[in-house]
Design a protein around this ligand. Structure first.
Ligand code: ZN
Length: 395
């Protein structure tokens, strides 16, 4: 699909569409609204991940009910299967997957670069082998944008190179490519109804991160992402990079911290000016029989829940907690029933979506710093070492 045939009047409305309003600030935390063609995104926001144009085990109606506004889909996966042309032929991603709210697609960069043994990088792009059938493919910045335009998400990402966080020489080379590729992405982007976000890279190196934040923000993107975090660096390194990048990126545009999403990571990010988060953690934990709560992780396979009439979390208003006991959920898990994954995913996603909403309200009422201090003192999720990115082969 392309923007051909659209009038310039529509174009000017579309440009207005991607405006970002900040309604309240507390410290560096912001509560805002980002306007997209498929609706408003109240920020801070947590976006469930729908890798293959489906948030695993959850219907779009259930996603809406649990409060999701923005969801994410993966370009690499949809390019390989079913192919972006088929998605376009079926009316684009919103129509194809029946999600009428805002969608964000990544550029495929992270997935391609995580195929360590089966890809070759050059200045023009990356040649890689499919994890599905071993066939050879090539992504360039131009190709990634063409695929994202065919898919038709509201927010699309520039094609970047995510380097191992601690390798200085690699990060210098990757950063030069990421910056050149960001310019090439901007040059070929054609749809006025999509917002292209630039991505800041640079590993754990403060000078590279600062250079990247300066360069990427000089290009005039409507929003900025911070990539290459939660990929093996320490929490302290992540926080200091966020501190640094926050000081360089322009205030008035949304910031997206890619692939980061324990409850504590959300708070650390929001304290440092981040507006948008996504993570596979809630749905992945659900399929491993684990419930996420703000007081910790509950493994529902545990025999102690066998006769437990309580819901996962007595304070939770999600469908699962309103209706079902821990004993029932454990029964579903033991009997290997698919509904277990659905009910746990609904609860886990609701927990993070609502946490972001509660934080937004706390920023609006001026209570966020207290909220954050209380939460972080409990250190519930601090030690979580879950990887938050989607590997190419699925989860
Ligand atoms: Zn719940």
């Amino acid at each position: 699909m392309s923007a051909e045939g659209q009038t310039s009047g529509q174009e000017s409305r579309a440009i207005q569409t991607f405006s970002f309003e900040i309604h309240a600030r507390q410290g560096r935390a912001r509560a805002g609204i980002f306007y997209t063609p498929h609706g408003e995104i109240l920020t801070p926001v947590f976006a469930p991940v729908g890798t293959q144009a489906t948030v695993k085990a959850v219907t779009p109606a259930q996603l809406g009910d649990l409060g999701a506004t923005l969801i994410l889909a993966n370009t690499y996966h949809l390019y390989l299967r079913p192919g972006e042309e088929l998605v376009a032929e079926m009316g684009g991603l919103h129509q194809f997957m029946q999600w009428s709210g805002p969608i964000l697609t990544d550029s495929g960069g992270y997935q391609v670069f995580s195929l360590a043994d089966s890809r070759r990088v050059d200045e023009e792009g990356v040649t890689f082998k499919s994890h599905i059938d071993g066939s050879e493919h090539r992504f360039t910045p131009e190709k990634a944008i063409a695929i994202e335009e065919s898919l038709g998400a509201d927010i699309i990402m520039a094609f970047d190179e995510c380097a191992p966080p601690n390798d200085r020489a690699y990060n210098e080379r990757a950063l030069a490519r990421t910056h050149a590729w960001a310019e090439r992405c901007l040059k070929v982007k054609s749809r006025p109804d999509q917002a292209l976000f630039g991505i800041v890279q640079g590993g754990i190196f403060p000078d590279l991160r600062a250079e990247s934040a300066r360069f990427i923000s000089s290009l005039g993107f409507p929003g900025h992402a911070i990539g290459g975090l939660s990929v093996g660096e320490t929490k302290e390194e992540m926080k200091s990079i966020l501190d640094l990048v926050d000081g360089v990126l322009p205030e008035g545009k949304p910031r997206y911290l890619m692939g980061v999403g324990t409850p504590e990571d959300l708070i650390h990010g929001i304290l440092r000016g981040v507006d948008i988060f996504d993570c596979v953690l809630p749905t992945r934990l659900a399929r491993h029989n684990a419930a996420m709560t703000l007081t910790g992780r509950l493994n529902l396979m545990n025999a102690t829940f066998g006769r437990d009439p309580k819901p996962i979390d007595e304070n939770c208003r999600c469908y699962t907690c309103q209706k079902f006991s821990r004993a029932y959920l454990r029964h579903l898990i033991v009997a290997r029933e698919m509904l277990a994954a659905t009910l746990l995913s609904i609860h886990n996603l609701h927990t993070l979506v609502k946490l972001a909403g509660d934080i937004r309200n706390a920023i609006l009422s001026g209570d966020f710093e207290e909220f954050a201090a209380d939460f972080l003192n409990r250190k519930v999720w601090e030690e979580s070492s879950e990887t938050s990115f989607e590997p190419p082969g699925g989860e």
